[in-house]
Write a protein that binds this ligand. Structure first.
Ligand code: SF4
Ligand code: SF4
Length: 173
């Protein structure tokens, strides 16, 4: 019982800390520092921090990415999503795709129309690749997306806490 209560309260506390402390200037400064870190060491620390944070924080308590960031859609995503919804690709395109300021095809609506009230995803098994890979903090993705992490830390509590833990690790070693 204690474990259940702890598991429910702790992730919400991480989300509250993120809301009160996320600051893009601070995270930009941190990610600039990380660029000069040894890549192998950084990958190990990032992986460890990613595992830790996601064992403490459930995306189902958050869903902020689905509420605020329209995912990029590639050809396969559109094909898979249209099929899973029983729509023709053209119909899906008309209903759910727009071109953003960078010229990418993205989900037209924000919050995402497939986000359910309980924060589950209606098209989870067919979700876009961008949704599967977000927030790009595990494996080689962490070092490849350093500039993105500062921006994402204002959208995603997990990114914020992963960066905090990496900073703490690097300053204590
Ligand atoms: S990936 Fe980040 S922003 Fe998205 S639901 Fe999980 S914690 Fe929230
Ligand atoms: S497709 Fe699913 S995972 Fe992706 S933004 Fe929409 S609700 Fe979130």
């Amino acid at each position: 019982m204690v474990v259940l209560i702890f598991a429910k309260i702790f992730p919400l506390k991480l989300i509250e800390i993120w809301k009160s402390q996320a600051n893009i200037k601070k995270q930009n400064a941190l990610t600039r520092k990380l660029k000069v870190s040894k890549l192998k060491e950084l990958k190990l620390i990032a992986d460890q921090s990613h595992q830790e944070v996601f064992s403490e924080l459930s995306c189902l308590d958050c869903a902020n990415c689905c509420k605020t960031i329209p995912p990029i859609l590639n050809d396969n995503d559109i094909r898979r999503l249209a099929k899973s919804l029983g729509m023709k690709e053209k119909e899906f395109h008309m209903a759910h795709v727009r071109i953003d300021e960078d010229g990418d095809r993205v989900m037209a609506q924000t919050p995402c129309p497939f986000l359910l009230e309980n924060n589950h995803c209606l098209v989870y098994d067919s979700r876009p690749r961008a949704c599967r890979e977000y927030p790009h903090t595990d494996g080689n993705q962490f070092a490849e997306n350093l500039r993105l992490h500062a921006v994402n830390s204002t959208h995603c509590p997990a990114v914020f806490h992963i960066l905090q833990r990496i900073e703490k690790h690097l300053t204590s070693s």
